[in-house]
Design a protein around this ligand. Structure first.
Ligand code: HEM
Length: 359
């Protein structure tokens, strides 16, 4: 496990550390099926030219995405989630808000018809369980089933006229992936990876930023009084409690790290969770403080090098709109109890987070 900010940041760009291809499912005894295909055909676990070829159509079509349109969709989705529970004066922030908002955001990007959103959400929830810390055997079996159903649904959806309007994200993506020679399975799997990457990270970060801000009532009040500070709160939330704990790599050569020799063939975790609390880089690293002068360094939460998050702008938009709606609409918001955050390798998870507000 690599812990310091400088080492983590430098080694993310070091070609002696490679993505793990199918090593992770193999370790879990999974050698075929829809979950295995995510590792076998996806960009996140690929290296070199294969990775670049799979990533390029996605990153180019995301670059064309209208940022303002996406923000408005996220905001409408967040408002609808709060409308549904507002009169009760209470909510489980984890299951009622943070688990749903990123899936609704992606359903908007992919133009999933309203009638299909609920089953889309169920498949994504069930599939994602595989990537969270400590899945049970039953959860793995359900995740496999859900991954297959989601892939079949997306395959049908991608032929649907709604998704294939020339100005839609999917239309552009499909045209580029075809031009770049991606197989149909590869094209589908990158969308599945977009869904996994775009839901798990945001879910935990949405809870974390709200909880840590509410735990510092003065800072919560400052953001309520001046919503232009929301981006600072989001950046400090990502630094203090990032949604992804780190990135997993395998060493293909020996590497010296400050007098330590990392052998070849070793699984390595570059821990952003640790690096973002490095006291050599962040003054009072264990304090949540939205007025830090070097908040831009929190972008390490999105990784670095060839695999750096392909959709960090969308992630930030979801976190900012998600927080703005809570700040603007829920007067006197307070925590009933603090959630626990689990996971220190890759995807993290959080327990329930009951909150209340004044009516
Ligand atoms: C809080 C928000 C987010 C955080 C903290 C985050 C973090 C990360 C990190 C650390 C990586 C690098 C993984 C590695 O090197 O192994 C990554 C990659 C990726 N992220 Fe994000 N992410 C966020 C939001 C999103 C969103 C909203 C999407 C999609 C809509 C997304 C899709 C992806 C994909 C597809 C990759 C793989 C890129 C590649 O392998 O080239 N992420 N993300």
């Amino acid at each position: 496990m690599v812990l310091r900010y400088d080492d983590v940041s430098r080694l993310m760009r070091d070609s002696r550390l490679q993505a793990t291809e199918t090593a992770m499912p193999a370790q879990a005894g999974i050698m075929q099926g829809a979950l295995f295909d995510i590792f076998q055909h996806g960009m996140l676990t690929a290296n070199g030219d294969v990775h670049a070829r799979r990533r390029s159509p996605l990153s180019r079509s995301l670059a064309h995405q209208m940022a303002e349109e996406f923000r408005q969709h996220v905001r409408r989705s967040a408002d609808a989630l709060i409308d549904a529970c507002y009169d009760s004066g209470s909510l489980d922030l984890t299951s009622g808000y943070a688990a749903k908002l990123p899936i609704l955001a992606l359903a908007g990007l992919l133009e999933i018809p309203d009638a299909d959103v609920s089953s889309f959400m169920q498949h994504v929830h069930a599939m994602n369980e595989f990537f969270r810390p400590g899945p049970t055997e039953r959860a793995v079996a359900e995740a496999e089933h859900a991954a297959l159903r989601l892939r079949s649904y997306l395959d049908r959806h991608m032929k649907h006229p709604e998704a294939c309007r020339p100005e839609s994200f999917l239309y552009r993506y499909l045209a580029l992936s075809q031009a770049d020679g991606l197989t149909r399975l590869e094209a589908l799997v990158q969308i599945v990876q977009l869904i996994i990457g775009g839901t798990e990270s945001v879910r935990t970060a949405l809870v974390a930023q709200t909880v840590h801000l509410l735990s510092e009532p003065e800072q919560w009040s400052v953001v309520c009084a001046d919503p232009t500070l929301v981006p600072n709160a989001v950046a400090e939330g990502l630094r203090f409690e990032p949604g992804i704990a780190g990135v997993v790599r395998v060493s293909v050569e020996e590497i010296d790290i400050d007098g330590w020799r990392l052998p070849s063939g070793q699984l390595v975790i570059l821990s952003t969770l640790s690096a973002l609390r490095d006291e050599r880089v962040f003054d009072r690293a264990d304090a949540f403080d939205i007025s830090r002068p070097n908040l831009k360094l929190a972008r390490l939460a999105f990784g670095g090098g060839a695999h750096q998050c392909v959709a960090d702008a969308l992630g930030r938009a979801e976190l900012e709109e998600g927080l703005s709606v809570l700040v603007e609409r829920l007067l006197g918001l307070r925590l009933d109890s603090e959630p626990a955050f689990h996971g220190h390798h890759f995807v993290r998870k959080t327990t329930g987070c009951p909150v209340r507000w004044q009516l």
